[in-house]
Design a protein around this ligand. Structure first.
Ligand SMILES: Cc1cc2nc3c(=O)[nH]c(=O)nc-3n(C[C@H](O)[C@H](O)[C@H](O)COP(=O)(O)O)c2cc1C
Length: 186
């Protein structure tokens, strides 16, 4: 197209998108946390999601070991923690200590949950496809829950909470207002 502008990369056109904090249990019982925005639901029955993880990340190593993780949904107020967690590696630092993450027990997996999150998904790896530098993991969802009164039949209640979305780099977004489409006439 003649007058089109080209963003720096194709995926800019697919952001902002919800970001999660993936918590894994690693060698020697070390807990690690990394933000990920390349994540999507892929099936309702069985409940499953896909997430792309760079194979250089410490999280990749941890997932390979235990094959489970928790996906912790941050809100707008967690923006600095979420960004910070993505700037250092668990290979070099203890992120739980560094970011004072409060952890709790998950119900179905041994990796813990981040208690300050507004929603949680627990999952177990059922498949992996390598593409370029990343591993695309398919996780079966074993359990999921949210903070009380934060979800309705339309998803997150934006009057109660504000799930964080990732633009690119240091750029994040909040979700706008709920708009309901009219029902199609039969
Ligand atoms: C908001 C945000 C989203 C990110 N999304 C992803 C992602 O989807 N997949 C990925 O491999 N890395 C992603 N990253 C980069 C990792 O979080 C980053 O490389 C992190 O330091 C890896 O930590 P680890 O080595 O402790 O696993 C993201 C970073 C940020 C700040």
């Amino acid at each position: 197209m003649n007058n089109a502008s080209r963003p720096r990369n194709f995926y800019y056109l697919l952001h902002p998108r919800p970001v999660v904090v993936i918590i894994t249990l690693c060698e020697g019982g070390k807990v690690n946390a990394m933000p990920a925005s390349w994540i999507t639901p892929i099936s309702e029955e069985p409940p499953a999601l896909a997430v792309a993880i760079d194979r250089e990340n410490y999280t990749f190593k941890c997932i390979e070991q235990l094959r489970e993780a928790t996906f912790n949904i941050p809100s707008q107020e967690h923006v600095n923690t979420v960004y910070g967690l993505g700037t250092v590696s668990g290979r070099e630092v203890d992120k739980v200590k560094m970011f004072s993450l409060k952890l709790g027990k998950a119900s179905k997996v041994s990796a813990p949950i981040w208690l300050d999150a507004i929603g949680w998904i627990e999952g177990r790896v059922v498949n992996r496809v390598d593409i370029g530098e990343t591993a695309l993991y398919i996780f079966e969802v074993l359990d999921y829950y949210a903070k009380p009164d934060t979800v309705s039949e339309w998803g997150w209640r934006l009057d109660k909470t504000s799930p964080l979305h990732h633009g690119t780099g240091r750029g994040f977004h909040t979700v706008g207002k709920l708009i309901l489409a009219s029902k199609p006439k039969q």
